[in-house]
Design a protein. Structure first.
Length: 80
């Protein structure tokens, strides 16, 4: 992904402390939680990583990350 306006891209975000994917146990990043909340349930307290979420929804990981970047550009607070 190309950087735009010097802002970090979705996968540039650091992992969050203590948050793990409920399917595979991988450490989660901000984008993982944002996408899970946006695509599954905004009130979720447990989350899937982008890989597991893409499998669950049936879309590619690239499509999800592109959508996260779109939401970020639109000003969605889940991706700030």
């Amino acid at each position: 992904m190309e950087r735009r306006y010097g802002r970090p891209q979705a996968m540039d975000m650091p992992p969050l402390k203590g948050e793990l994917c409920i399917k595979c146990g991988k450490k989660l990043q901000t984008v993982d939680i944002g996408l899970h909340k946006k695509m599954i349930n905004r009130g979720s307290k447990e989350y899937m990583c982008v890989d597991c979420l893409s499998e669950y929804i049936g879309v590619s990981k690239k499509d999800l990350l592109d959508k996260a970047e779109f939401f970020r550009q639109q000003g969605c607070m889940l991706f700030k």
